[in-house]
Design a protein around this ligand. Structure first.
Ligand SMILES: C[S@@+](CC[C@H](N)C(=O)[O-])C[C@H]1O[C@@H](n2cnc3c(N)ncnc32)[C@H](O)[C@@H]1O
Length: 239
């Protein structure tokens, strides 16, 4: 049986991500903290090492198959939970400024401990609702890229996420394989919020039957000031 480090390296290679020794040890530490803290708080339903590597680490980074990162200097991960996809992106792209936002404070405490332990820099956590922070000048239309995994349907999520994206930047949600109906139900919201669907890229996680759809949404005009509506409304009454 190969050791943990080798298995991680090989799985990442399957999506063309090459890891340095430092990044390998950061991923292993992150895994250990996830399992340890998961004993006292609900962070993830998956704790077996190889499953975490594939379904959390490789999945978080599979966006590299869709989007280049050369011109990305800032990313916000909305509804990051235990740090997915934000922490794996930070480990692999240390030079990019990353903001992790979640409304559950216990998850933010976990993430702050991970940031300390892994000695990550140029990364910030925010405890708050997506709908509230994008109203603040320091966050509104400040990011090259907004990502989000497993948070809400695409119409609701677009109202959470597009206000954070600069004109010319992108919002790329991690969605499950079957997405046609969700796409149809979100086209109006995306257009109202200043976005345009550029492409939908389907991807299969290596050696699994798990399908992903990445929806690449370009921000082509400013989001009107009245969006997002007050907290709770985007989920209750999607645009
Ligand atoms: C199912 S978890 C997914 C976490 C992580 N993105 C992942 O894929 O493992 C959804 C997360 O979104 C957060 N969330 C849901 N609605 C939110 C909102 N309006 N603002 C901020 N966070 C929100 C929840 O607190 C939770 O941590």
């Amino acid at each position: 049986m190969k050791n943990k480090e080798q298995r991680l390296i090989e799985n990442m290679k399957m999506i063309s991500v090459e890891l340095t020794d430092k990044q390998v040890s950061q991923f292993i530490k992150f895994y250990e903290m996830l399992v340890e803290w998961n004993k006292v708080m609900n962070l993830t339903g998956i704790t077996e090492y190889d499953e975490v590597v594939m379904k959390h680490f490789v999945d978080s980074l599979s966006i590299v198959k869709v989007n280049g990162f050369d011109n990305v200097t800032s990313i916000i991960d909305v509804g990051t939970g235990a740090g997915f996809p934000g922490i794996p992106l930070k480990i692999v792209f240390p030079e990019i400024k990353i903001t992790l936002l979640d409304s559950l404070n216990k998850r933010i405490k976990f993430l702050n401990a991970v940031i300390d332990e892994l000695e990550l820099e140029n990364i910030e956590t925010i405890h708050g609702r997506a709908e509230d922070f994008s109203k603040k000048e320091d966050y509104r239309e400040q990011y090259d890229l907004c990502v989000s995994r497993a948070v809400a349907n695409l119409a609701t999520l677009s109202e959470y996420c597009l206000p954070y994206v600069k004109v010319g930047g992108c919002f790329i949600p991690y969605k499950s394989g079957e997405i046609d109906e969700e796409l149809n139900n979100s086209k109006k919201a995306i257009q109202i919020l200043g976005g345009k669907i550029e492409e939908v890229v389907k991807f299969q996680l290596p050696d699994t039957d798990i399908g992903r759809s990445f929806v690449k949404i370009k921000k082509n005009k400013n989001t009107a000031k009245k969006y997002p509506r007050k907290a709770g409304l985007p989920a209750k009454e999607p645009l």
